[in-house]
Design a protein around this ligand. Structure first.
Ligand code: AKB
Length: 319
């Protein structure tokens, strides 16, 4: 039986990971920890909720002791575009927070899930079919934190036996939470604008291919990796995983099938475009497929259909 702490529980991944973990392991066994963002009602109704400042190790220690945690899904982080605006804060939260989680896990024998990202790669990395093991020289603070985080997690596994595991997430698409300061967020933003205004000005240019994934696959990946037989894992931090790769105009064409009057234009943001241009276009995720059976369920067509149905319903409910 696991007792799980999810940090960053009110964020993009946490909002959907917490309910999925509670369904699998029981509501009382999953402690959702947020910081500033107000929790949704179900977080409070369906299991324990607490506030936590991840940069303060005492705060983490208190939660661990109170709930007798043995597994941490550590999701608190500033995303790429926000991190570029405030690199000092990004280092403090993204690296300082991870260091605290690993130290506490070393002392309390906890397993740790750490989400890395396509941001852990840089302009010198092969952009097509990006290998699992390849050059990683990111030029963003977000990427520096992600690649350092991967190395630190591996260090805690090899030196202290902490059961650390992670994936390199591509851009994640979901209807539950609004976009939160990432470079791949155009692929979420576009759906909100398409449904409400029938037009969207993309901050990434035509032809900008990036790996993407629908949130149900991302949630399943985290849970399946943490459940995988450790003897099958040759890698740990972190596995390339992807579900689809597309450019803004290809996503727009899919959306047009459901919203025929929709149109896309381009108002390129140079900061986010430069970040996107330093990331892979399409990763090779065969290590994840071979070592723990990773397989995405949603492609571009399935994801677009589901997003439009569910987001339209959500928007209707709030009107
Ligand atoms: C971002 O765009 O910052 C994130 C990521 C790819 O890690 N969605």
């Amino acid at each position: 039986m696991r007792r799980i702490l999810v940090t960053g529980a009110t964020g993009q991944i946490g909002s959907e990971l917490v309910p999925a973990l509670r369904k699998k392991y029981g509501g009382d066994n999953v402690i959702a920890a947020g910081h500033k963002r107000k929790p949704q009602q179900d977080f409070i109704q369906q299991g324990p909720y607490t506030t936590l400042d991840i940069t303060k190790i005492d705060s983490l220690e208190r939660v661990l002791q109170e709930y007798q945690v043995d597994t941490i899904f550590h999701l608190s982080a500033l995303l790429s575009a926000v991190a570029e605006k405030n690199p000092q804060a990004a280092w403090e939260v993204n690296m300082g927070g991870l260091y605290n989680v690993l130290e506490i896990s070393r002392k309390n024998s906890c397993a740790v899930f750490f989400p890395s990202s396509i941001g852990a790669f840089g302009p010198n990395t092969p952009r097509n079919n990006t290998p699992q093991d390849t050059i990683q020289r990111p030029n963003t603070m977000y990427g520096v934190c992600k690649v350092s985080g991967e190395l630190l997690c591996n260090y805690y596994f090899t030196h202290f036996g902490v059961d650390t595991r992670g994936v390199r997430y591509p851009g994640l698409i979901s209807y539950k939470t609004p976009p939160g300061g990432g470079t791949t967020d155009y692929a979420v933003d576009i759906f909100h604008h398409a449904i409400q205004e029938k037009e969207y000005a993309s901050f990434l240019d035509q032809g900008t291919y990036l790996d993407m994934m629908y949130m149900p696959d991302a949630i399943r990946a985290a849970i399946e990796l943490m459940e995988a037989d450790q003897h099958q894992l040759k890698h740990r931090n972190a596995f390339n995983i992807t579900a689809m790769s597309f450019a803004p105009e290809e996503l727009a064409a899919q959306i047009k099938k459901y919203i025929p009057g929709f149109s896309i234009s381009y108002q390129v943001d140079p900061v986010r475009q430069a970040i996107a241009d330093s990331w892979p276009r399409h990763m090779d995720d065969s290590a994840a497929r071979n070592e723990w059976g990773w397989k995405p369920a949603y492609n571009l067509e399935d994801m677009t259909k589901d997003m439009i149905e569910r987001l339209s319903q959500k928007i209707d409910e709030t009107l």
